[in-house]
Design a binder for this molecule. Structure first.
Ligand SMILES: Nc1ncnc2c1ncn2[C@@H]1O[C@H](COP(=O)(O)OP(=O)(O)OP(=O)(O)O)[C@@H](O)[C@H]1O
Ligand SMILES: [Mg+2]
Length: 245
């Protein structure tokens, strides 16, 4: 299974969801390869704790400076998660076809390959989405982001890639006071079926910045586990918004 994690708007939480979902799938016993396809703005090397150990990146594979296996580093955040970091510069990386060829070859060695897509719908988007069997669109709960999610899902549908949405950074209090759109309103605007919800949680940014796992007992960690279970085809009820801190 090859899935791309994307969003229209930048900063919605694609890399956070890629890392969190990879760790949650690994807790289910999966072997997961995460490919950071965001050339020039990489973040998964830091979030998944490989920053100091990785020698090669995705561009080295395409430039034939190394075999693919040498660009894969095991994450220190979770056993069973492996990472190919993005190139540090915005060099012309590869064509969609080359990306497809690489990912299809690697997919037979992993249960899931997750591709962290750059923001927007330009060339980087076409490269990152080319190998995908399905897509996860990350949106923050605001109407601009929801509308961008709809636009992205239109592009993916046209390419025959089915989409599900993760709503990230939900803040229950303003939602319950009617000051922010609720899950139904975001879904109506985006027109994409829901895979799950992640709350706004300071622990997420702390974990991201330090390449550390989220506390396993935390509500947010459970939300990632629920998303992983639904990703694997199990039916899990949505967590109770009122219980989110
Ligand atoms: N649920 C959350 N709670 C708190 N902070 C979050 C949450 N999700 C993401 N963040 C923070 O928001 C910032 C942007 O997240 P992230 O890098 O995952 O977004 P992105 O969509 O990958 O961005 P880009 O478009 O630049 O690739 C990061 O600093 C991250 O730690
Ligand atoms: Mg990112």
């Amino acid at each position: 299974m090859i899935a791309v994690v994307t969003s229209g708007k930048g900063g919605a939480g694609k890399s956070t969801v890629s890392a969190g979902l990879a760790c949650a799938l690994a807790r289910e016993g999966q072997r997961v390869l995460v490919i950071d396809a965001d050339a020039g703005l990489r973040s998964l090397d830091l979030m998944l704790g490989i920053e100091e150990r990785a020698v090669y990146d995705l561009s080295d594979i395409f430039a034939r400076r190394c075999e693919p296996i040498r660009a894969i580093t095991p994450s220190s955040v979770a056993d069973g998660v492996f990472v190919i970091p993005a190139p540090g510069t915005l060099e012309e990386m590869c064509s969609p076809e080359e990306m497809q060829y690489l990912c299809r070859g690697l997919a037979s060695h992993y249960d899931t390959v997750l591709i962290d897509c750059p923001a927007g719908i330009g060339r980087g988007f076409r490269v990152a989405t080319a190998p995908a069997d399905r897509a996860i669109i990350v949106a923050t709960p605001d109407m601009v982001c929801a509308r961008d999610a709809q636009i992205v899902s239109g592009h993916l549908d046209a390419a025959g890639i089915s989409c599900k949405m993760v709503i990230n950074r939900l803040r229950p209090r303003p939602v319950m006071k009617g000051k922010m759109p609720d899950i139904d309103e975001v879904m109506d605007a985006a027109q994409v079926p829901l895979l799950g919800v992640i709350p706004e949680d300071e622990a997420v940014s702390i974990a991201n910045a330090n390449g550390k796992p989220l506390p396993l007992s935390s509500f947010t960690s459970r939300c990632f586990s629920n998303i992983a279970a639904r990703f694997m085809g199990r039916s899990v009820r949505l967590a109770n918004l009122a219980k989110m801190k």
